[in-house]
Design a protein around this ligand. Structure first.
Ligand SMILES: [Zn+2]
Length: 74
């Protein structure tokens, strides 16, 4: 009904609130940003997953992300 983005966590259908911007230096150029979406509940879990691998670059509110960037890439 709405096109509200959904959390990227497996099996989660909650509205996304956060954008996790990440980069895997082994496969991405340094300026490349992949994005995951997260609800409040999964923000910590997902950012930890990326953080321990050294991939996590930025965590921003979805609202702010959409204002500051037109490209999402999943
Ligand atoms: Zn979630």
């Amino acid at each position: 009904m709405s096109d509200t983005p959904i959390c990227s966590a497996k099996g989660c259908r909650a509205d996304a609130v956060w954008v996790l911007a990440w980069n895997n230096p082994k496969i991405h150029t340094p300026e490349r940003r992949k994005t995951w979406l997260a609800c409040e509940e999964h923000r910590e879990h997902l950012s930890q997953f990326l953080g321990v691998r050294g991939f996590l670059k930025d965590v921003v509110l979805l609202k702010e992300w959409e204002e500051g960037s037109s490209a999402t890439d999943g």
